[in-house]
Each structure stands twice: as C-alpha cells, then as structure tokens.
Ligand binder design. Sequence first.
Ligand SMILES: [Zn+2]
Length: 142
Amino acid sequence: MLDDEKFESRNKVSRIYVLERKILRINFLLSKSITAYSPQMRPKDIQQIGEELAIKWDDGSESFMSLESLRRHCPCAGCKGEVDVMGNLYKNPDQPYSVSAFRLRSVATVGGYAIQPVWADGHSSGLFSYDYLKRIAAGEKQ
Ligand SMILES: [Zn+2]
C-alpha cells in the first residue's frame, strides 16, 4: 500500500519532469523561429527626403516615414512617459508641438541598434530602435 503511494508520487514527479522538458523544447523552437524570421537589420543609408525620413536597410528594403510621425512616436520618457514596476504610467501633460519640433537637425546612430534624431526645437532624448522605426513606417502605409 505504502509502496503503491510512493510509486504513484514518483510517477507524478516524472510526468511533471517530462512536461517541463516539453515546454523547454517548445520555447527553444519558438525562439529559433523568431530569430529566423527577424534577423537584425541595420540601416545602410539614412536620408531626409523632403518632409520624410528614408532608411535603406542592409537587406535592400526601405522604410519611409514623415518627420512629423517620427516625432510624434518619440519613445523618450518625456514624450511617452515612464511606467513604474506597479504598471503606473507617469507622463508629462501633452504639450503642443512647435513647427520646429518636426524639423530634423541631424540623426546619429547609437550602439548599433537605434537612431537618435536631434530636432530643431532642441529635443534629442528619443532613441528609436531599428525595429521600432520599421513599425512606425509600417503603420504609416496602412
Ligand atoms: Zn521625446
């Protein structure tokens, strides 16, 4: 009787173990497929064309977005706010953009993963990751 219980509990443990192995395997396969479909692309060329920013990626694709849209998507804490560990958003009240807010003074690449635009109104704290830029550009096409 006691042996049966022992056997039963050992059996449960091994079933949990097998399940955990399966989950690990699925996670591994998922992470592999994600990296396979989103290789890290880098910009080969970044140019302002009229009122747009044009980015040519090293895989030959291109992204276009208006400077206004780029500025409105600024991800810095001052523009988008900051979320604390409890999930509360702290954000400055929305301020109207001046005309110079949508004029680009320069663009620098940062750390091989982002660009940092310097706007004519002096704002420059937003780091736009390459992935984020592509999402902004994709959103504009729709
Ligand atoms: Zn900002």
